[in-house]
Design a binder for this molecule. Structure first.
Ligand code: PMP
Length: 362
């Protein structure tokens, strides 16, 4: 029944598809639709990945020894607290399979990341969607929604597609209210972009106080390795032991493992990712304000903007300009578009195209 009710995850429209449909050269298209890192990969990660191609006939290290060592050094925790996944989506699914079942309730917010209902409904559990507050998670209402049947509660911090973020105090009061038998997942896919801002929260620092907390993170965003699919969960060793029983034995491939290990030593790349994002966000915010549009302040590498009309129509208009963004009607935001932060010239091209499309559809 849950599977029948699912609609498939809608990824960003691929550049090649648009090129074919409208006769563009792929190089003339800009894609700001999947919250990817516009810098391209870290040269250090790329070199490591190329070298790893020599070993294509061998299985990966099923326990990812080197990557776990590097990650545990980077994060200051024990390798036994880590569970790796084929992207953090994989980790989210493993968590759902471990802790929920038909008859369980899983709590998440309205306008939250689309994979939470997907992994919940796929295992036959019941999704409880709690109305958002000012586009963000209403953590108090989420705590109120806990019942005897609740097994899991997902919080995206920062959230995709709204870019909203909850501070440490709010997360702590949620954790203080949720009974320990409920596993809380703090999805920190975009946390690297918080560094140095007022919103800088770090769920890993809360693990000591809350044994029922799992923090998930990814190499897809600030670390620039989306194609390779590497994500991970950080939790107590007891929870990691459960997750590692259920995950697929070779769920992170060799190329992904060595590239992720290499990029962890390229802190200069991480800093550049943050800087390009800070500047790009400011550029997009200023440009959208100039167009008289309202946007939601974002802590991620994207911004949700209200185009004041059917977002899908504006999305289609932008496609004709060779610009791919993401309509988010499926997230209950039919007049918003989500735009990922690009390089300065890409942001500029998007803003100019948007101006033309808005005046044509006005
Ligand atoms: N969580 C959130 C909030 C996201 O936006 C995304 C990426 N769209 C993910 C998790 C999954 O990322 P990945 O599977 O690439 O690690």
């Amino acid at each position: 029944e849950g599977v029948q009710s699912l609609t498939p995850y809608q990824p960003g429209k691929p550049v090649e598809e648009l090129a074919r449909e409208y006769g563009f050269r792929p190089d003339d298209i800009i894609k700001l639709a999947s919250n990817e890192n516009p810098l391209g990969p870290s040269p250090r990660a790329l070199a490591a990945a190329r070298e790893a191609l020599e070993n294509l006939c061998l299985y990966p290290d099923g326990n990812a020894f080197a990557l776990k060592e590097a990650l545990s050094r980077h994060l200051g925790l024990a390798p036994a607290q880590l569970t790796l996944g084929n992207g953090s989506n994989d980790v989210l699914e493993v968590i759902a399979r471990c802790f929920a079942a038909p008859g369980s309730e899983v709590i998440y917010s309205q306008h939250a990341f689309a994979v939470y209902p997907l992994v919940t409904l796929a295992i036959g559990a019941r999704g409880v969607e709690v109305p958002a507050k000012n586009w963000g998670h209403d953590l108090e209402a989420m705590a109120d929604a806990v019942t005897e049947r609740t097994r899991l509660l997902f919080v995206a911090n920062p959230n995709n597609p709204t870019g909203t973020v909850a501070g440490e105090k709010a997360i702590r009061s949620l954790m203080d209210r949720v009974p320990e038998r409920v596993v809380v997942v703090l999805d920190e896919a975009y946390c690297e972009y918080l560094a140095g801002t007022d919103d800088d929260v770090n769920g890993i620092g809360l693990l000591r106080d809350y044994p029922n907390l799992i923090v998930t993170r990814t190499f897809s965003k600030a670390w620039g390795l989306a194609a390779l699919r590497v994500g991970y969960a950080v939790s107590s060793a007891a929870i990691a032991n459960i997750l590692n029983r259920v995950r697929q034995p070779f769920n992170v491939n060799t190329v992904a493992q060595v590239a992720a290990t290499a990029v962890l030593s390229d802190l200069e790349y991480l800093e550049r990712s943050r800087e390009v994002n800070r500047q790009g966000l400011r550029q997009l915010e200023a440009g959208l304000t100039d167009l008289g549009l309202e946007w939601i302040p974002s802590a991620g590498n994207f911004v949700a903007v209200d185009v004041g009309r059917d977002g899908n129509e504006v999305f289609q208009g932008l496609l004709k300009e060779g610009v791919i963004v993401r309509p988010i009607g499926g997230y209950g935001m039919p007049s918003h578009l989500r735009v990922s932060v690009g390089l300065p010239e890409q942001n500029e091209r998007f803003l100019k195209a948007l101006k033309r499309v808005l005046s044509a559809t006005g």
